[in-house]
Design a protein around this ligand. Structure first.
Ligand code: NAG
Ligand code: NAG
Ligand code: NAG
Ligand code: NAG
Ligand code: ZN
Length: 251
């Protein structure tokens, strides 16, 4: 599982620091997970295949939105998709910010990543008391979410859900634009309206244009556990530019 973990972290870092803007709706999560799965070591790939439900037919990407689908059935999980930071304060601190609406500690996307990573590290031990299929589906989804700047945002605008913008001619909330519209428009314009072409293009860039940056993205994967501080940092840097972004979308 060690190897698996290292690779999924590296992968996600690759996606996030890449200059492309990704959405994190169904296609965004699918893209992240397809690329991650293609870069797993043999041992990790075998473990992932064993953990995936049969209906996935071996494709992690097909299950990467599962966590969004069960948000209402598993109400307790809905706070695990984001981190609220104090309004107008462009910093993040785990101990201050990682809690749910009732103030229960560790209940945020960074806490959930730690939680499901440590569950997955019990893979292969007979004593594991966790449902590791769920742990895998949660972890691969949350790693995507934590890199979406609007999943680490100010408390009162609810991650851009209260900010209205116009996406071409359609009125949208900023969160949805970022999660879905940007990526879908890019697929429509350049990739035959399907994620496949986008995935290929990103894979090519990872092995060519961006190859010399990959070691830097992977560095964090040498951390003993996970690197949520680093993921959050990049989301915060981006979201600190949102006032400008919003003014562009509103004009
Ligand atoms: C950790 O995982 C368990 C099992 O899914 C869940 O009940 C718990 O709420 C999770 N806690 C966090 C902080 O993710
Ligand atoms: C583990 O979770 C998956 C996905 O929710 C579910 O289909 C499966 O039945 C669970 N396995 C056990 C042993 O509870
Ligand atoms: C690939 O890299 C080039 C050069 O940096 C960039 O213009 C292009 O948008 C990238 N493609 C994708 C899908 O990220
Ligand atoms: C690396 O792991 C340590 C110990 O779990 C954690 O405190 C730290 O925040 C992690 N580093 C990053 C960059 O997230
Ligand atoms: Zn989510």
């Amino acid at each position: 599982m060690e190897i698996y973990r290292v690779h999924i972290l590296a992968l996600v870092s690759i996606l996030i620091f890449s200059p492309v803007v990704h959405g994190w709706g169904i296609d965004g999560h699918l893209t992240i997970c397809r690329i991650a799965q293609s870069r797993l070591s043999e041992a990790a790939a075998t473990a992932v295949k064993k953990l995936l439900p049969a209906s996935a037919e071996g494709d992690l990407g097909s299950k990467c939105s599962w966590a969004d689908n069960v948000k209402f059935r598993y109400r307790w999980s809905s706070a695990l998709h984001y981190i609220d930071t104090p309004d107008n304060l462009c910093t993040y601190q785990y101990t201050r910010d990682c809690k749910d609406g009732n103030g229960v500690k560790d209940r945020c996307v960074a806490g959930a990543i730690n939680n499901y990573t440590s569950q997955l590290l019990t893979y292969g031990s007979a004593a594991s008391q966790y449902n590791l299929t769920q742990a895998l589906l949660f972890l691969s989804h949350f790693i995507g979410d934590i890199h979406q700047p609007l999943h680490v945002g100010f408390t009162s605008d609810r991650g851009g859900n209260t900010i209205d913008v116009k996406w071409y001619t359609t009125k949208m909330v900023l969160h949805h634009t970022w999660d879905s519209n940007i990526i879908e428009t890019s697929e429509e314009r350049s990739y035959d309206s399907s994620p496949d072409g986008l995935i290929d293009a990103i894979q090519k860039n990872i092995t060519a244009e961006w190859a010399d940056q990959v070691p830097m993205w992977e560095k964090c994967s040498r951390n003993l556990t996970t690197c949520p501080d680093m993921y959050v940092l990049y989301s915060k840097i981006l979201s600190n530019h949102f006032p400008q972004l919003v003014s562009v979308l509103k004009s």
